[in-house]
Design a protein around this ligand. Structure first.
Ligand code: SF4
Length: 345
């Protein structure tokens, strides 16, 4: 399905409420702020990000490369390494602030309660260790079992992700697998301990189009079937339209719009979201590229970070950071322009 037709279909989908009225919130991130000390200066990679994921919900995080999507999820998972550091915010998962946990406590949660599917399966898999040994290591860290039991569970996990002949894969190495097969192995490892929550960081990067859809269908099936929740990072609005319930749009390390997929993709409020949607190829129409580049995160601009690329920018955008505005449906955006033509300051 094309990105455009996926967005059109999302119009017919019922919108999920954007406020938690039933105590079903699984992850609540608030004010998340991450910096990188580099020779060029302090990179303001993530700037006060707020987002949440409810139980049995799939939330997409979308934006161009370098807008802070991956650093946000790595910050939540405690995977930011020096020179990066999380300098502010909270990330409550099941009521526990992940940002206060030490290494061993976080490792216990990752894998058992939170499954992580990384962008590049070949960097997630150990190239010099047989696959079955890697399954054994996961089990040993969280749920020790006999060698026979580990093998049975690994075979079942590989069968669940559609790998025929799992015994052969278990006895082999990562380099013997195609990209799609390697990502299936990583997905099987992420789901092995039945986590309630899955974080997938652009899980189909580098795969061909047909395999991409198979992998995304597979992940969605494993999430929906077991009532899991997922945070899915992607740069593709078509993926958001097809696979997610809600969407968070990021720009320059900030959330600039969020809401139900139906609301955000069919009635985007922020000029950046509107530009991303206009940039989707449409039959018979010339491409409307989003011109310009995101701002330098070392020399972070005053006011609205989208100002230099925004066709609607006006005087206040240069000095006043837009506050979030929430409309009746729960859709929230950060822009000084209002739909009714008023200027909100
Ligand atoms: Fe454009 Fe101003 Fe809105 Fe930023 S605040 S998106 S520059 S109109």
């Amino acid at each position: 399905m094309s990105a455009l037709s996926a967005i059109r279909r999302s119009r017919n989908r019922p919108a999920r409420p954007d406020t938690d009225t039933s105590g079903h919130r699984l992850l609540e991130v608030s004010g998340l702020t991450t910096r990188f000390d580099t020779p060029d200066g302090l990179v303001q990679a993530v700037n006060g990000v707020d987002l949440h994921v409810d139980r049995a919900e799939i939330v997409g995080v979308v934006g161009e490369s370098g807008c802070g999507k991956s650093v946000t999820i790595r910050s939540i998972l405690g995977l930011v390494r020096p020179p990066g550091r999380v300098v502010g915010g909270t990330a409550h998962f099941n009521g526990v602030d992940l940002l206060t946990l030490r290494g061993a406590e976080l490792r216990r949660l990752r894998g058992k309660d939170i499954g992580f599917i990384a962008q590049n399966p070949f960097s997630a898999l150990n190239p010099v260790m047989r696959i079955h040994r890697q399954f054994r290591n996961i089990m040993a860290a969280h749920d020790p079992a006999s060698a026979g039991e580990v093998r049975d569970r690994a075979r079942a996990a590989l069968a669940d992700v559609g790998i025929a002949g799992p015994g052969r894969v278990l006895d082999g190495y990562a380099h013997q697998l195609s990209g799609g097969m390697a990502q299936r192995v990583v997905i099987a490892m992420a789901m092995l301990l039945n986590p309630a929550f899955v974080i997938a960081d652009e899980p189909t990067t580098g795969l061909d189009l047909t395999v991409q859809r198979q992998i995304l269908d597979l992940i969605r099936g494993l999430v929906r079937e077991h009532g899991r929740s997922m945070l899915l990072v992607t740069h593709d609005l078509g993926v958001v339209a097809q696979y997610c319930d809600r969407v968070v749009v990021m720009y320059a390390g900030k959330v600039i719009e969020h809401g139900s997929v139906r609301d955000v993709l069919t009635a985007p409020r922020h000029p950046y979201t509107q530009a991303l949607i206009r940039a989707i190829p449409r039959p018979g129409r010339p491409l409307v590229h989003l011109t310009g580049r995101p701002p330098d995160l070392v020399d972070y601009p005053d006011g609205c970070p989208f100002r230099a690329r925004c066709p609607h920018a006006f005087e206040p955008c240069g000095h006043t950071v837009p506050e979030p505005v929430t409309v009746a449906s729960g859709q929230t955006y950060r822009c000084h322009l209002r739909e009714d033509g008023e200027v909100g300051l």
